[in-house]
Design a protein around this ligand. Sequence first.
Ligand SMILES: [Zn+2]
Length: 395
Amino acid sequence: MKFAVKSWTKGKARTGLLHVGTNQPPLETPSLLITTLKGLPLFVSPDLLSSLPHPDSSLLQFSPIHFLDGPTPRTISDIGGLHQMLGMQEYGFAAVSRDSIQCLPASDAANKVGASFDTPGGRHLVKPAEYMKIISSMKPNLWASLADEVPSWVSDKRNKMSVDRTLKWLDECISLSPTGGDVFGAVVGGSNIEERKRCAMETAKRNVSGYWIGGFGLGESMDDQPALLNAVTDNLPEEKPRLICGLGLPEEVLKGVAAGIDLFDSSYIYHLTLGGFALTFPLNSIEFNRSELKPKDMVIDRTKINLKATVYRKDTSPIVAGCCCYTCLNHTKAYINHLLNVHEMLAQILLEIHNTHHYIGFFRSIREAIKQDKFEQFHQVFVQSRREHLASITV
Ligand SMILES: [Zn+2]
């Protein structure tokens, strides 16, 4: 793996280029990783995956935990690893222990020997040795060390314990490290600034290729996020990539980019799609500021629409006029509303294609704003427009 920072803004937002392997195209950052279930995108089959913007969708994230009830590490290893098993050699794979799809970390989900996870087959305790056995068999391009993530409301004592365990497990994972695949050191610390700093500083001392930032999206206040993010990134070396899970909303992504984060998971899109929502916000924040509100928009939050709503039953326009995704080029809101109401799975497929396409476009706009040294303005206009809209619908 190779990573190079290409441009900076006045603050810490940066663009970079990430090469995860010789078979995969380089990826411009900040970028979205496509969240998967067992290595496959949730509603987009492998043959449709190529219809998503490329190479922006070429790095897939999976949780080794999803395979605890599946083929054994020996079988996966005999097949030749995850790329071989799924027949997707041209895609990069990033392994992260957090399972954002099936279960979020709980305060009692770990003990001193390992982290435990809910799976369809019951609760599993995963020790670093077992985790590394799965990683070794799958041969991902990059992998994050096992972490003891805790919700934001745990006591300081429990939070400190989670940092101590995560650092100990990082050392154990590194000592058991397979050949190939780059390790991203896990950084936790919950909602405690000092623990965040301590974990980042200690992880930075280890021999790792990048950093995976955990413990976000677990109940922390949105107002506290910038300080927590900066406590981490201020104590990490600038030349290595930072990947985060748990920041999904557009405003949260912008906060992450402002703090110098390079890679984000896409489980937010999965949850939107599952609820029948489609992203609709203008990709350029200046347009966002100027776009006119229509009466029916007054009931939405201005970033997305709920296509289950009866107001779309006769709407023959695409989700977003001018969007060049497969869904918007071929289908109308009325058709997707119908598919949702009759519980046809095609609804989720079409929504997932549009939502992924749209969010990838958002990341492209962010990169462009950084390159033009206009990211701070882009960020401010987006947040201000949302505030004004929320204030207007409250009135
Ligand atoms: Zn579209």
